[in-house]
Ligand binder design. Sequence first.
Ligand code: ZN
Length: 207
Amino acid sequence: MIPVRPSKIIGIGRNYAAHAKELGNEMPEVPIIFFKPPTALIGSGDTICLPSVSQRVEFEAEIGVVIGSRVREANLEEAERAIGGYVCVNDVTCRDLQKVDGQWGRAKGFDTFCPVGPSVASGLDWRSLEIIGRVNGTERQRARSGDMHFPIPDLIRFLSGIMTLEPGDLIATGTPAGTGPLADGDIVEVEIPGVGILSNPVRGVAR
Ligand code: ZN
C-alpha cells in the first residue's frame, strides 16, 4: 500500500554535510531541489527493480515530510504548521547516470525508485527525528534531523516561495552519509523510530 498520493515529490540534494563530502561535493548555499515522478512510488514490501541501463543503483534513506495543508510563500511559523506528518522514503538513485547526466531526472525517476511507507505518522517533533538505513540487516546509515544543513521548516519555507505546496505533497529531505549500491536479492530498509520501517526487496540483473 502506498500511504501518500502526492501531486509532486520534491527531493533535496546534499542536506547532510557528511554525505556531500563522501561524494566529493561542496555544501550548497541554497537547497538543491529535484523532482521524482509519482509513478516512481511503491509501498513497503513492493519490489525495487534495477534498470539494466545502470551499473550502480544506490539506496538513500531519507526522512519524508508530507504536507498537511496548502501553503505558499510561507514564513517559518506557517511552514512548521504545514507539516502533516512524516514517512520513510528511499530515494533510489542511479549514481552513474546522475554523474553523466548533470540533471538528475533520469537517475532518480525510474519506476519503483520511490519506496515510501509504511504509513504517515503525525505528532512528532521535526527537531528530534532519526533516520536509519539498512541493507540485508546491516546498518549503513544513521543520522538525526538535527544534522540537516537546512532544517525541515526552512525547506518548506524555501520551497513554498517557488511553488504552492498541496496537501499530500512529499518532500524527501536528503540522505545522510553511508549510501551504497543495491544488488539483486537485497532487502533494503529505511527506519524512522516512531514512524516505522519501510522494507523493500531488490530485483534486477545479477552483478
Ligand atoms: Zn536523496
